[in-house]
Write a protein that binds this ligand. Structure first.
Ligand code: HEM
Length: 390
């Protein structure tokens, strides 16, 4: 175990709002061992930015990890060439060009259809009625699993996330995860012959075309599902909420003084949808006054990095005019999010302009409080709103 100073947290408070504890760690012990997480956590942005690239020490290869066991061995749990070759195979499906030329139009069509149905209602929980189906419909296209229901995309993504965080071995959680992966495998089985006959730009199709082994294809499609549903979903609802609670900033965008992409980048900095990424220490190493030992578990805390006062002035405030270039919401190393371009298009090009153009007079429904939670994954749990349906 590393000899980093111990910092105790209250898990329930950390889940509700991790930022005060992370601030304390950045100040007192920027590399700290947190017994309640069983892990040594990096909390300062510049430390994470440099050390995440040191893959000979902070390895993604975690053979005994729950992700490998439950979802198969995907690129996110590999280092070096094995990682890069699988990433390169996926790239044609998620490249800026494919996003621009293929996905953006399809994302727009999904948003238009969902908003057509929603607009007459006048009130809704936008998490459930807009962010969830839009994110899931887009992910069906990107993965190639257009034969799934959007509800299953969301539920199975969550079941896998819960499964790989199930450190206490809860049998029910594990069973739900197995059911989800079985459902995804069945969807893949159905789509393989279709995509072999009619290849397209989807992840499943490009991985098959690249000749990737069947078990790796399945593992990487599952990775895209576990990593590609709740983050755009939470970013869509979160950005809408941030603008509704900061009307001057919404006015700035409407007047052309800022762009929707500024809203997305600042939101992802302010409330990083993925708060941390885990690593396994591969060899003895000393950094920042801390000795690390092989098999130590390390968490790179992106959610803390993005509020590091050394890099961002007044970091707890939401300000779309700030320079977000130091944000590491999508990571800071070779595992930089493969879906970053698609997410930017989904949220900034499609979701935000669409919702604020179509739902006139959009405002919070104050009869129900907005709830927000999580530290490893953080996002709104509901977004009750009203608008002028006529
Ligand atoms: C707002 C939306 C999103 C955020 C904030 C986000 C964030 C992240 C983060 C923090 C990582 C880990 C980076 C690291 O450890 O350095 C990651 C990895 C990844 N993400 Fe995303 N993600 C988003 C959307 C998506 C989408 C839509 C997809 C679907 C294609 C996706 C696919 C992936 C994949 C495949 C990886 C692993 C990349 C690798 O191992 O090389 N993500 N993402």
């Amino acid at each position: 175990m590393s000899n980093a100073p111990h910092i105790n947290i209250d898990l329930a408070s950390f889940q509700a709002d991790p930022y005060p504890a992370l601030k304390q760690m950045r100040r007192q012990a920027p590399i700290a061992f947190v017994p309640q997480l069983g892990s040594t956590v990096f909390t300062r942005r510049d430390d994470i930015f440099s050390e995440e690239k040191r893959i000979d020490v902070f390895s993604s290869h975690q053979p005994a990890g729950l992700m490998n066991r439950l979802m198969g061995h995907n690129m996110m749990r590999k280092d070096g060439e094995p990682h890069m070759s699988e990433r390169a195979a996926m790239f044609p499906a998620v490249s800026p060009r494919t996003v621009r030329e293929v996905w953006r139009r399809q994302f727009q069509a999904h948003a238009d259809r969902i908003l057509d149905e929603l607009a007459p209602h006048g009130r809704a929980d936008l998490c459930k009625a807009f962010a969830l189906p839009l994110s899931a419909e887009c992910l069906k296209d990107i993965t190639g699993l257009t034969n799934m229901r959007y509800q299953d995309m969301d539920a199975w993504s969550q079941a896998m996330i819960d499964g790989i965080a199930n450190y206490t071995g809860n049998a029910e959680v594990e069973a739900r995860c197995h059911a989800a992966t079985a459902g995804i495998d069945a969807a893949i089985d159905d789509m393989i012959p279709v995509l072999r006959k009619h290849p397209n730009a989807s992840i499943l199709s490009v991985l098959l075309a690249a000749g990737m082994r069947d078990e790796s294809v399945r593992a990487n499609v599952k990775l895209a599902i576990s990593g590609g549903q709740n983050e755009p979903r939470d970013a869509i609802s979160g950005t809408i909420w941030a603008l509704l609670t900061h009307p001057a900033q919404l006015a700035l965008v409407r007047d052309g003084g800022a762009k929707w992409i500024d809203v997305f980048e600042e939101y992802a900095r302010w409330i990083a949808p993925i708060g941390m990424s885990p690593r396994r220490v591969a060899r003895p190493y000393r950094y920042g006054g801390v000795d690390f030992e092989p098999e130590d578990r390390v968490f790179f805390m992106f959610g803390s990095a993005n509020r590091d006062e050394a890099c961002f002035a007044d970091p707890d405030s939401f300000d779309i005019t700030r320079d977000t270039s130091k944000s590491i919401a999508f990571g800071a190393g070779p595992h930089y999010c493969a879906g970053a371009f698609a997410s930017r298009a989904m949220v900034a090009d499609v979701a935000l302009p669409g919702i604020f153009a179509r739902l006139r007079g959009l405002r919070l429904d104050d009869s129900e409080p907005v709830r927000i939670g999580g530290w490893a994954f953080r996002g709104l749990l509901n977004l009750p709103v009203m608008w002028d349906a006529a």
